[in-house]
Design a protein around this ligand. Structure first.
Ligand code: SF4
Length: 379
């Protein structure tokens, strides 16, 4: 019998060919033996965790990282097949895999296709080799094109490309050229992010030493809105702050995350939200390999207040915003009762607007979305 409790699965593959200079994700290079032990641990974790998820139906799976395409394709297929054998899946489950240019070939792509992967996300970041090198990426644009072509040839019809703006030294014209070049490839989905320089990365260190100059905020915003103009003109729907899709191709997995559908994170450091309990898997690779069921800390059960906060700041990321009706149905209290002051203030300032029963960010609100969202957090 199908249940109506839906679940998303996230598999973290924490390996990369080498570390990019701006990256603070949980990922590192590793030898083949470690990768293979890891994938076996992931199989074990999947089998065990499925036992407590029997009343859920999986609607989407996401292999992220790291670079999922650097592990043996058969091992990745085995993890997916294990998940399919242990969990109940909807027939049309969206199954995404992230990959980096130059890490796949026709053979590996056919293994992924055969296993049921039906959505591919490729980390391009820039079409300009000079910036790819500056970022410490392993590929150049030519390599990306070969990968993209191979992905299409293997029969994948739902492909995302990740593009990054606001790179140190990048001009608006260069970024615009990036967006236009990517549009010519006609992907179903585009994620357009601004580079964030994080502490503890080589870029973070260079910034501290004044050896790196990120673009002014004004230029970063110009890039954002130029991409918006080009992409919407080309028929892409802007559905989340950084995400655009052709009609029907929004990433269901990520939309589920912003709508707070339960998700189970498997693998090193993966986070889960299950029935309003948040927890994170073990972050040390050696501990995880010994015990893939270890968590990094006690699970946190979210209070009603915290759930409402998350509904607002995650929901507002989406262009459709948050429905007052759904909010009231979920929490048995009106959004306007809980957030009257915040809503009034931001509407008055032109940062939030009401469309039918929804509250959503205005274009101005999108420019300072972190500021708007932070106001929904009560301390
Ligand atoms: S490929 Fe992605 S996850 Fe790996 S180091 Fe580069 S940015 Fe980080």
């Amino acid at each position: 019998m199908m249940t109506n409790k839906t679940l998303e699965l996230y598999f973290h593959i924490p390996f990369c060919v080498r570390k990019c200079l701006y990256c603070d994700f949980l990922s590192a290079p590793a030898d083949e033996a470690t990768k293979s032990r890891y994938m076996e641990a992931l199989v074990r974790e999947t089998q065990e965790k499925a036992k407590v998820c029997t009343d859920y139906t999986v609607t989407s799976v996401f292999f992220g990282g790291g670079t999922p395409s650097v592990v043996n394709p058969q091992a990745l297929a085995k993890v997916l097949n294990t998940a399919k054998a242990c969990f109940r899946f909807t027939k049309d489950a969206e199954i995404t895999m992230e990959m980096n240019p130059g890490t796949v070939n026709a053979d590996s792509l056919s293994v992924y296709k055969e296993a049921g992967i039906n959505r591919i996300s490729i980390g391009l970041q820039s079409t300009n080799d000079r910036y790819l090198e500056k970022l410490g990426r392993i590929h150049n644009f030519e390599t990306f094109l070969k990968t993209y072509e191979a992905v299409r040839k293997a029969g994948f019809t739902n492909v995302n490309i990740d593009l990054m703006g606001a790179l140190p030294g990048q001009s608006l014209a260069e970024y615009e050229a990036d967006v236009k070049t990517v549009l010519e490839l006609n992907p179903e989905h585009l994620s357009v992010y601004s580079l964030m320089i994080e502490e503890g990365t080589p870029f973070g260190d260079r910034l501290e030493q004044n050896k790196l100059e990120p673009p002014e905020e004004e230029l970063e915003r110009e890039m954002y809105w130029r991409a918006h103009e080009l992409l919407t003109k080309a028929g892409y729907e802007h559905y989340e702050i950084s995400n655009y899709a052709k009609p029907g191709f929004a990433c269901r997995h990520n939309v589920g995350y912003w709508k707070r559908i339960s998700y189970l994170g498997l693998g090193l450091g993966a986070s889960s939200l299950m029935e309003n309990r948040r927890y994170q898997n073990e972050k040390s690779l050696s501990t995880y390999l010994q015990n893939p069921l270890a968590t990094s800390e006690e699970a946190e059960t979210l209070s009603g207040q915290e759930q409402m906060e998350e509904t607002m700041f995650l929901g507002l990321r989406m262009l459709e915003g948050v429905s007052r009706k759904e909010f009231a149905e979920t929490y048995a209290i009106d959004m306007d009762t809980v957030y009257k002051n915040v809503l009034d203030r931001n509407e008055r300032d032109g940062l939030l607007e009401n469309v039918e029963d929804r509250v959503r960010l205005t274009p101005r609100g999108m420019d300072i979305s972190n500021y708007v969202m932070a106001q929904f957090l009560k301390d």
